[in-house]
Design a protein. Structure first.
Length: 313
């Protein structure tokens, strides 16, 4: 017989755990599936400096462990598992985990977050785990005293480049535009890090190396009359060019925008086009993508789930 739950939460970042705290306190006995990356993206960042309540900053893993403990304190049933398909065509909603177990849920909160983007170069596959990474804090350790490059010009790229600069002999930041998109404070830090060199107006053509990455072929001012190609010698190639929402499995039922972010409306609510299905955090937020915003939207989703359930009665 299928298991039946009042509130099923999918995802374990700030949005999922906050939804679990609120749903637990509302006696909804939430069941939460953690997904591929328990704790979500914050477990792959270094220090979180902008989450209120931590004046000295906090390690991402520690913060998510606190979120999790708080959810468990209020009775959330947190499980390891990946949602492989859903059926939102009727009531209750059906959610299949790991391709085998089907759970019936009166309400579902989707908080599956977003995943790192890659450039789409064949060499990213060729050297996967052999010098190519999308997580400096996970893999930076392997490149101590070596030379690496980070691709991207946003806050993530700057944060990762600065982190790696503390470990590595030399860090290149490969930026396709003539300026950084990152916040001013991060730009200043990048510019004041001596072993970090910003390569503005550069794009990556490919990687080279026998078994492991030994360097990258770059092009400067691509398509311009003064276009030039340049090779850099590196041992590690880190992607930090943004993320795409983890919404694929829900698309047959839940409306998304052209980038794949789940549409919610009215805009300041977590309601999707499917009654009883709510979306919170980065999977539905192409704009802010901040932990504090994700936590707030998780709270809203749990409150809406509770309201929906009381009407259902
Ligand atoms: P962003 O979307 O802000 O930046 C992505 C960067 O990657 C841009 O510089 C973009 O270039 C570049 N890029 C995208 N595609 C390519 C490509 N194909 N080739 C080369 N470069 C490419 O993503 P982030 O992950 O940096 O940040 C996401 C959000 O999270 C932001 O709102 C950011 O402020 C926030 N954040 C905040 C942090 C903090 O406050 N501590 C830390 C990390 C993130 P271009 O500019 O040319 O488009």
């Amino acid at each position: 017989m299928n298991e039946h739950v009042k509130c099923l939460i999918i995802g374990s970042g700030p949005a999922g755990y906050t939804a679990a705290i609120y749903a637990g306190r509302a006696n909804l006995a939430p069941v939460l599936y953690e997904g591929i990356q328990p704790g979500g993206q914050l477990t792959t960042t270094t220090e979180i400096e902008n989450f209120p309540g931590y004046p000295q900053g906090i390690d991402g893993n520690m913060m998510m462990a606190d979120f999790r403990a708080q959810a468990e304190r209020f009775g959330a049933d947190i499980r390891f598992g990946i949602v492989t398909s859903v059926d939102f065509s009727g009531h209750p909603h059906k959610v299949t985990v790991d391709g085998e177990k089907t759970i019936e849920a009166d309400t579902v909160i989707i908080a599956t977050g977003a995943s790192a983007k890659y450039l789409g170069l064949p060499d990213e596959h060729k050297y996967a785990g052999k010098g190519v990474s999308a997580c400096a804090t996970c893999d930076g350790f392997f490149y101590r005293k070596k030379r690496v490059a980070v691709v991207g010009g946003g806050d993530t790229a700057c944060e990762e480049a600065i982190y790696l600069a503390g470990l590595c002999e030399k860090v290149y930041l490969i930026v396709r535009k003539p300026f950084l998109r990152a916040s001013q404070i991060m730009q200043d830090r990048v510019m004041n890090t001596p072993n970090l060199e910003v390569l503005f107006e550069h794009n990556t053509l490919g990687l080279f190396g026998n078994e492991y990455v030994e360097g990258a072929h770059l092009v400067k001012r691509k398509g311009e009359s003064d276009e030039t190609t340049v090779d850099i010698n590196i041992d590690g190639f880190f992607l930090a060019i943004g993320h795409h929402p983890n919404s694929e499995v829900f698309k047959p039922f839940v409306e998304t925008n052209e980038e794949g972010y789940i549409k919610t409306y009215p805009l300041d609510t977590p309601k999707t086009n499917v009654p009883g299905v709510f979306a919170a955090g980065d999977v539905a937020d192409s704009n802010y993508r901040q932990a504090i915003v994700a936590a707030g939207s998780g709270c809203k989703a749990a409150m809406e789930a509770e309201r929906y359930l009381s009407k259902l009665k």
